[in-house]
Design a protein around this ligand. Structure first.
Ligand code: G1P
Length: 311
C-alpha cells in the first residue's frame, strides 16, 4: 500500500459507559473515569494521549450518570475568573488544559451494557467513513511519546489496523484479547508484527500466544460492518475483538509492542501503582513523593521483620 492511500486518524472513541464496580462505593455517584491519577482524572490522561497523537475530534460513548465527564472538559467561567483575579496563572493553565475546544467533543450513549463492540458501534454515525482510534480509559500507558502516538507512527507506514499489545503471564490470558502472530512474537525486540488471528479471553491452555490487547486501537471504518451484525462472543457480549478478527486478511492488521509501562487503573492495585508512577515524575512533588514511597517501603519492611522475629 502506498503512503498516499493512508488516511490520517483524526477521530477517537472513548468508551466511558462502564459502571466501575471494581471501585464501589467510590464510584456509586462519581464516574470511574473521574478518579484522579496524580492531579488529573483518568479520562484526562487518556484525552491528552489522544491530543499528542494528533486526534482532533473526541467521541465519548457515555451512559446514565456520566454527565460529570462532559462538565470536566467544558469551560468553567467562574473558576477561571477567580483564579485570574487571584493571579494563579499556573493553576489557570492547568484548568485550561482540561478544556476541549468548541466543536470537537461529541457525545453518544450506550443505553445497555452489551459489550465493548457494542459501545464502539454506538459511535458509528459520528465516525463515518474514516479510520479512527479507540482508547480504553481504564488503561493508562506511561511513556514518551504516548502509546497512541507510537501507534500512529507505525500506522503511517502500514495503514490498515494497528493494536497495541504487551506480554502477560500465560495464566492470565483469560482476562484479555489475545493475538495470534504465528509465532513471530517470540522475539521480544520485534516492535510491529502482522496479526494472523485474535481471540477474546481464551483459556491459558487454548491461547495462541501471551500477547494481550491493552486497549489502544487504530481501526478502519469497515469494522462497523461487522459490529452491525451484533454477534455475541465471550461472556455473552458483543466483542470488539471478534469484529476485528474479521478484518484480518481483507485488511492489513498490525500488533505493536509499545514502549512504556501500562497500568490497569480500573483495578485498585493498578490505580495505586499508576498514582505512584505519575506523582513520582511530577516535578512539583516528585522528590517528596519518592522520599515518602521509600520511607513507607522501609517501614513495611521493618514491620515484616519484627513480625517474623516474633513468630
Ligand atoms: C477489553 C477488551 C480486551 C482487552 C481489554 C484490555 O476487555 O475486550 O480485548 O484485552 O479490554 O483492558 P475488558 O477489560 O473490558 O473485559
Amino acid at each position: 500500500m502506498s503512503n498516499l492511500h493512508i488516511r490520517p486518524v483524526r477521530k477517537a472513541v472513548f468508551p466511558v459507559a462502564g459502571l466501575g464496580t471494581r471501585f464501589l462505593p467510590a464510584t456509586k455517584v462519581m464516574p470511574k473515569e473521574m478518579l484522579p491519577i496524580n492531579d488529573r482524572p483518568l479520562i484526562q490522561h487518556v484525552y491528552e494521549e489522544a491530543v499528542e497523537a494528533g486526534i482532533e475530534e473526541f467521541v465519548f460513548v457515555t451512559g446514565r450518570h456520566k454527565e460529570m465527564l462532559e462538565e470536566h472538559f467544558d469551560f468553567q467561567p467562574e473558576l477561571e475568573e477567580t483564579l485570574q483575579s487571584r493571579g494563579k496563572t499556573a493553576m489557570l493553565d492547568k484548568v485550561r488544559s482540561s478544556e476541549i475546544p468548541a466543536g470537537r467533543l461529541f457525545l453518544t450513549r450506550q443505553p445497555k451494557p452489551l459489550g465493548l463492540g457494542h459501545a464502539v458501534w454506538c459511535a458509528a454515525k459520528l465516525i463515518g467513513d474514516e479510520p479512527f482510534a479507540v482508547l480504553l480509559p481504564d488503561v493508562l500507558v506511561h511513556g514518551t511519546p504516548g502509546c497512541l502516538k507510537q501507534m500512529v507512527d507505525v500506522y503511517n507506514g502500514t495503514g490498515g489496523n494497528v493494536i497495541a499489545v504487551e506480554d502477560v503471564p500465560r495464566g492470565e490470558t483469560f482476562k484479555y484479547g489475545i493475538v495470534d502472530t504465528g509465532g513471530q512474537d517470540a522475539d521480544p525486540q520485534l516492535k510491529a508484527m502482522p496479526v494472523q488471528g485474535l481471540v477474546e479471553k481464551p483459556a491459558p491452555e487454548d491461547s495462541p500466544s501471551t500477547l494481550s490487547v491493552i486497549g489502544r486501537y487504530i481501526l478502519q471504518p469497515e469494522i462497523f460492518d461487522h459490529l452491525s451484525a451484533f454477534e455475541t462472543g465471550a461472556g455473552g457480549e458483543i466483542q470488539l475483538t471478534d469484529a476485528m478478527a474479521k478484518l484480518i486478511g481483507p485488511q492489513a492488521f498490525t500488533a505493536m509492542r509499545f514502549t512504556g509501562q501500562s497500568y490497569d487503573s480500573g483495578s485498585r492495585l493498578g490505580f495505586i501503582q499508576a498514582n505512584m508512577a505519575y506523582a513520582s515524575q511530577d516535578t512539583e512533588i516528585a522528590s517528596d513523593v519518592r522520599r515518602s514511597i521509600i520511607e513507607f517501603a522501609n517501614m513495611l519492611k521493618e514491620k515484616d521483620q519484627t513480625n517474623a522475629a516474633a513468630e
